[in-house]
Design a protein around this ligand. Structure first.
Ligand code: FAE
Length: 547
């Protein structure tokens, strides 16, 4: 996995400062959630990790969006659930009194089993940002494949621990291209509203946006977008906007205004730990085993499935290997995690009858990043909230939606940073490499070119109008585009192809896929609301018909 040995140490000062990025688009239904109450939380069962030899009715692999929805709804239907998570629990403060470190001074908590950070913005005015850290089961995995680095959250809460919280329902007109076999009426009438409510999605107060220093960067983004004739849109988020106002007023501990995001957020963000997982635990039917990694699932002699699990220590070593049985297994290890497992299990004979669509249809949601250099009379602000709240919509005309992203360095940079989601048509495939004993992904670096071209449909025009240029110092030396990463892996076990139309792996009754691997490569917006809504739809059907 993503373990890099030490490289040249970065310098201090601005080189040590880091950043965020999420992404997003277009407004959708946004109902506020009722997070689990303290009383419910108290009622939660504090259980020991899963024991070897255990038998569980439902085992969920992974604790991100799909896994959390599955666990909550199964538990509410009366089924006992065990969730297995390879990352840490992230419920205990470190020696600095904080659970998570911030982007400006990353320590071992920042990255999954790396000895050097791998920040998405790699340099600033030619000075490298990355720094050496101790190898540890940190929160953000930068998993490297041949042509792309895939960023993913590791820990109880999955991607919700590290993401920007941008909670976007795609435009309905785009839905048929996202999930062609799914009834859009059902999604927009029932499951998107249910997902938004469960996640606690809310909107920034536009009047506050207009005046607060911490969104000056976004107001500059709005001005430039509108002067070039592009629609500027506010984007909902799961951050507690009232808390952020109090941060700005100096009445609570700062979090979004203290550079916290990419390596976790200590206060205002409603990650899954505060929403779905809290509610699931409060049922008393859900147990979570952190630092446990599923390595195998195969049919058990007496029915159900044998699941092999490695218990990890905090340097990634295996301390124990456990074998349990489960009546039903839900693959919710994320697009990459689920795809890697299924491809390997099919190829190595554990689940040979999985169909030939397994591993196919993987895309990067068209992610590409760039920065623009503003004039000295157009500052973006030294105080920037880490939570993005807006974007530039050129999806229909140019195939791109650009998040106006913060660059929270603590100093004035005169830079505008953008993460674009584009209509990139390229799709890759995971395959088993018997020689290395690993799963490869055949994504090619050149496949990002359509994304660059689509993003340029926005930024070439803005630069021309404003008399500005692209920054070429943020992603290496003289490199304008960060075309080597994605935050939004999607696909690999596509709905209605690798599975049936509800995520069932039909060759193996009782095995299900319920995460981002079901979505064929692109959602036109940030993906987690769609992943959550699809999981709500599928688990409702599975509970009604299979249990
Ligand atoms: P995910 O949340 O990745 O959860 C999978 C879980 O399974 C993880 O906790 C893994 O550690 C665990 N796991 C994997 N393999 C195993 C195994 N073998 N055994 C046990 N556990 C395992 O999956 N999306 C948005 O909509 N808005 C944003 O603003 C946004 N910003 C982002 C910013 C960053 C930096 C990143 C990395 C992502 C961002 N995303 C955003 C993407 C979003 O977080 C992602 O689509 C979802 O988290 C995917 O949800 P899944 O349930 O598929």
């Amino acid at each position: 996995m993503s373990d890099k040995t030490s490289r040249r140490a970065g310098s201090a000062g601005i080189s040590r400062r880091g950043f965020i990025a999420g992404t997003g688009s277009i407004l959708g239904v946004a109902a506020l959630a009722t997070p689990a109450t303290a009383a419910q939380a108290k009622a939660a069962r504090v259980a020991a990790p899963i024991a070897s030899g255990a038998h569980v009715p439902a085992l969920v692999i992974g604790t991100g969006y799909g896994g959390s929805v599955a666990a909550l709804r199964l538990a509410q239907a009366g089924v006992d659930v065990h969730m297995i998570e390879m990352g840490m629990a992230w419920d205990t403060p470190g020696s600095d009194g904080k659970i998570f470190c911030n982007t400006t001074s990353p320590d071992q908590r920042s990255f999954w089993l790396r000895t050097r950070t791998k920040a998405p913005v790699t340099s600033f005015i030619g000075v490298p940002i990355d720094r050496d850290i101790s190898r540890y089961t940190g929160i953000l995995d930068a998993e490297e494949f041949g042509g792309i680095t895939v960023y993913q959250g590791r820990g109880v809460g999955g991607g919700s621990l590290v993401n920007g919280g941008m909670a976007v329902t795609p435009k309905r007109a785009n839905f048929a291209a996202i999930l062609p076999s799914v009834n859009a009426d059902e999604m927009y009438n029932t499951y998107y509203p249910r997902a938004n409510a469960g996640l606690g999605v809310g909107n920034i107060d536009p009047a506050w946006f207009d005046t607060t220093p911490c969104y000056q960067f976004a107001r500059v983004g709005r001005k430039h977008a509108q002067r070039s004739g592009f629609p500027f849109v506010f984007v909902p988020d799961v951050y507690d906007w009232d808390y952020m106002k109090q941060e700005a007023a100096g009445t609570v501990t700062k979090s979004a205004l203290a550079g916290e995001i990419l390596y976790g957020n200590n206060h205002g963000k409603k990650s899954l730990q505060k929403t779905y997982i809290a509610q699931a635990k409060a049922t008393g039917r859900v147990t979570v085993s952190a630092l446990h990694q599923v390595t195998s699932v195969s049919p058990a002699a007496g029915g159900g499935y044998t699941v092999v699990i490695d218990q990890l220590n905090t340097t990634g070593g295996v301390t124990t290997t456990k074998t349990v049985t489960a009546d039903r297994v839900f693959f919710a290890a994320g697009s990459v995690g689920t795809s890697k497992l299924l491809v390997r299990l099919k190829a190595t004979g554990a689940l040979p009858n999985l169909n030939n669509e397994i591993g196919k249809g993987w895309g990067d949601n068209g992610n590409v990043m760039c920065g623009r250099a503003n004039h000295l009379w157009d500052p973006t602000g030294s105080l920037q909230s880490t939570i993005p709240c807006s974007g530039i919509d050129n999806w229909d005309a140019g195939g791109a939606f650009a998040e106006v992203a913060p660059l929270p360095t603590g100093i004035e940079t005169y830079a505008s940073l953008y993460l674009s989601i584009t209509k990139n048509p390229n799709r890759a495939q995971f395959s088993w490499n018997a020689a290395t004993g690993k799963v490869d992904l055949n994504w090619q670096l050149a496949w990002k070119q359509p994304s660059i071209d689509m993003a340029k449909s926005i930024f070439d025009k803005i630069n021309s109008k404003e008399g500005t240029v692209y920054r070429s110092d943020l992603f290496g030396v003289y490199k304008i585009w960060n075309d080597t990463l994605t935050y939004h892996p999607l696909g690999g076990a596509v709905l209605n192809k690798a599975t049936d139309n509800y995520g069932r792996l039909t060759a193996y009754p009782g095995l299900y896929v319920i995460d981002g691997s079901l979505i064929p490569g692109n959602t036109s917006v940030n993906p987690f609301v769609t992943i959550t809504a699809l999981a709500e739809r599928n688990i409702e059907k599975i509970i009604a018909t299979d249990l």
